[in-house]
Design a protein around this ligand. Structure first.
Ligand SMILES: Cc1ncc(COP(=O)(O)O)c(C=O)c1O
Length: 345
């Protein structure tokens, strides 16, 4: 194992030793290539550089209490990438190829899998791009699939469940109705960079988007889903323009298993006044408690028109959900839903 400052890691890039890639050309994928050169050669005419033909995934490998290495639901990431690629009309790797290359990336970078005792893990970033030279606006005929790996901590370093604030931006939309919001494509993130920068400059951790049609209903945060706890009920938005988070789906299963009610439905912003616990959820942190949400007419405004306050520490029910997911990921709890895949390294 590398001698890195595991406890000081945040959710940022640390160089590892290898990437794994494969290219789709003339109707077939090449055999996976393991490379220590992280620079990839692309024509300046490659479709991804002009027309944004890019989708990606994010998942983690954990070192468990038993020393074994576990991937969490990699097939779900594979299916989501295939769905995103279909939206872009890009050739995608099969589930088997996707998982095989992720496993190779973990094996080749095994020395960067953080120790069990830390909150850090090895983050995998599978990326699929349109890579042939082209000028006309059309989907790329050739694609390149790359799996990268980087050890990461949480957004709060080695601390977990540190509450943060969020701001609602009604004058910036993440995704249009009938648009691309439910796909994990690069373009959705390009769209959110500017409002994210504005929110961060104002000291907010998260940016909460509403539905682009009415701006009345909660959609999701810029890089994670929204869920709230209301009494004994887990509520999360039902929307065609929200990314189907694998963490959120797992939390819903666990919530039901713990005897909670689960509702996926429209959530009016005003309902924030009635909920007990609010969180963002996603691979990066499992959950992040949100202690306050400011509602602004315009993100650029100095003052919010409404402020919603929640528990100042992670709520009891949210904590219980977090413990279940982390327990399964790190092998301290039984994998009773069959979510874990072992990697022999
Ligand atoms: C926009 C957005 N929503 C939700 C999520 C959470 O999804 P997952 O739980 O699959 O990581 C992410 C992160 O991947 C995201 O970028």
């Amino acid at each position: 194992m590398k001698n890195l400052e595991w406890g000081k890691m945040s959710f940022s890039y640390t160089k590892t030793d290898y990437i794994v890639y494969s290219t789709f050309k003339d109707g077939a994928w090449s055999a996976p290539v393991i490379s220590s050169d992280f620079n990839i050669a692309l024509s300046a005419y490659a479709g991804v550089l002009h027309y944004g033909s890019s989708c990606f995934e994010g998942m983690k490998a954990f070192r468990g209490v038993d020393g074994k290495v576990r991937l969490f639901r990699p097939e779900e990431n594979a299916k989501r990438m295939i769905r995103s690629a279909k939206f872009l009309d890009l050739a995608a790797p099969s589930i088997e190829q996707f998982v095989q290359m992720c496993v190779m990336a973990v094996e080749k970078n095994a020395e960067y899998i953080p120790p069990y005792e830390t909150t850090a893990s090895l983050y995998l970033r599978p990326l699929l791009i349109g890579s042939n030279p082209q000028l006309g606006i059309r989907s790329s005929a050739e694609s390149t699939f790359i799996v990268m790996a980087s050890p990461v901590g949480t957004y709060s370093g080695d601390k977990i469940l540190v509450p943060g604030t969020a701001v609602i931006a009604r004058n910036h939309d993440r995704a249009a109705p009938n648009g691309s919001g439910s796909y994990k494509i690069g373009a959705n993130y390009a769209q959110s960079l500017h409002p994210y920068n504005l929110a961060h400059r104002q000291g907010y951790r998260e940016l909460l988007f509403t539905d682009a049609l009415t701006h009345k209903y909660i959609e999701e945060f810029g890089s994670s889903n929204f869920f709230a706890i209301k009494g004994n009920t887990y509520i999360t938005p039902d929307s065609d323009s929200v990314l189907p988070s694998i963490t959120n789906a797992s939390l819903r299963t666990v919530a039901k298993d713990l005897g909670m009610n689960v509702e996926m439905r429209h959530i009016p912003v005003t309902e924030l006044a009635e909920v007990d616990e609010v969180n963002s959820c996603g691979t990066a942190v499992v959950i992040t408690p949100i202690c306050r949400i400011d509602d602004k007419v315009r993100l650029e405004d100095e003052n919010p028109c409404h402020v919603y306050n929640f528990t100042q520490e992670c709520g009891v029910k949210s904590r219980a959900l977090y413990d279940q997911i982390i327990g399964i990921q790190k092998g301290t709890l039984e994998d009773r839903f069959g979510w874990v895949m072992f990697v022999d390294c």
